[in-house]
Design a protein around this ligand. Structure first.
Ligand code: ZN
Length: 284
């Protein structure tokens, strides 16, 4: 009889231990707040801290698989050739992203996402426009309306050309908080045809100009026409860039190399269905 009670006692102790272990596991603070209604005050206090510090800075989610980031490539917002996307099409595409809950990353956010393999939300996209054409000013109402962000890769020696953004226009765009500027070099030359010294000047001088003009640390380089070689990539790193973009077609992944990231060209007359399939990248 006594033996039987001792056996029962052992079983109950074991159950209590398992229940305790489960409760302890669930009580640990986690950025994914999926704890059940019995959440203890540890999880609740971390939620309280999140709410009181900054609403914009929710913890980012770590991905199990390497991040696949769609980096869209636009140029001029107008009509006439394969590099020009009409404003109406751009508007439709940005509105599609908005309606389907894509977050349009800033350069700083894209760098963080790719280098730490984390995302601020499930769907992310990075919208880039090359060359800083003057017609890019037309996208401001679209960005304001949708509360979206784009990165413009500027040719820093072209700001006095009539079809490019002037310094004043760039400042105006940047001050909206909806646009940031990265380097597309000084003169938009094919870097692979230049000496190492000339390449260095293109990378260095454009970075210094952007750093000074916008009081920033310019960490993104976009190769003119996507052209780069081993020297370019080495110099990009030495000059202080964290990432560099090519024109090679594809979804960006860090495994391509920080200085060889692929992009997705958005062509004029692309259907919205085709656009939707291009940006539809699943991350786990
Ligand atoms: Zn270009």
């Amino acid at each position: 009889m006594f033996k039987k009670w001792r056996l029962w006692g052992s079983c109950l102790l074991l159950i209590a231990l398992i229940a305790g272990a489960v409760a302890w596991t669930q009580s640990r603070p986690s950025h994914v707040q999926t704890a059940p209604a019995t959440t203890n005050h540890v999880a609740q206090s971390s939620r309280h801290t999140d709410a009181t510090t900054t609403l914009a800075e929710k913890p980012w989610t770590k991905l199990k698989q390497p991040l696949k980031l769609p980096i869209l490539m636009y140029h001029s917002i107008s009509t006439g050739n394969q590099l020009r996307v009409p404003l109406q099409q751009f508007d439709q595409e940005m509105t599609y992203l908005k309606r389907h809950h894509y977050r349009t990353l800033t350069t700083a956010e894209a760098i963080r996402a790719l280098t730490t393999n984390t995302v601020p939300q499930k769907k992310v996209v990075w919208v880039t426009l090359d060359d800083a054409y003057r017609d890019n000013l037309k996208i401001l109402p679209v960005l304001r309306k949708n509360r979206q962000h784009v990165t413009i890769n500027a040719i820093t020696g072209f700001t006095t050309k009539s079809n490019h953004l002037s310094l004043a226009a760039m400042r105006r765009m940047r001050d909206t908080g909806r646009v940031d500027f990265a380097s597309h070099t000084v003169r938009h030359l094919d870097l692979t045809t230049l000496s190492a010294k000339q390449q260095r000047a293109e990378l260095d001088d454009s970075k210094t100009w952007l750093d000074t003009t916008f009081d920033q640390d310019t960490r993104l380089l976009c190769y003119p026409a996507g052209r780069n070689n081993e020297t370019t990539r080495r110099l990009a790193k030495q000059t202080g860039y964290t990432l560099a973009l090519t024109t090679q077609e594809g979804v960006a992944e860090l495994s391509q190399g920080r200085y060889s990231l692929k992009r997705l060209r958005i062509a004029p007359k692309m259907s919205l269905a085709a656009f939707a399939s291009v940006v539809n990248v699943k991350n786990r």
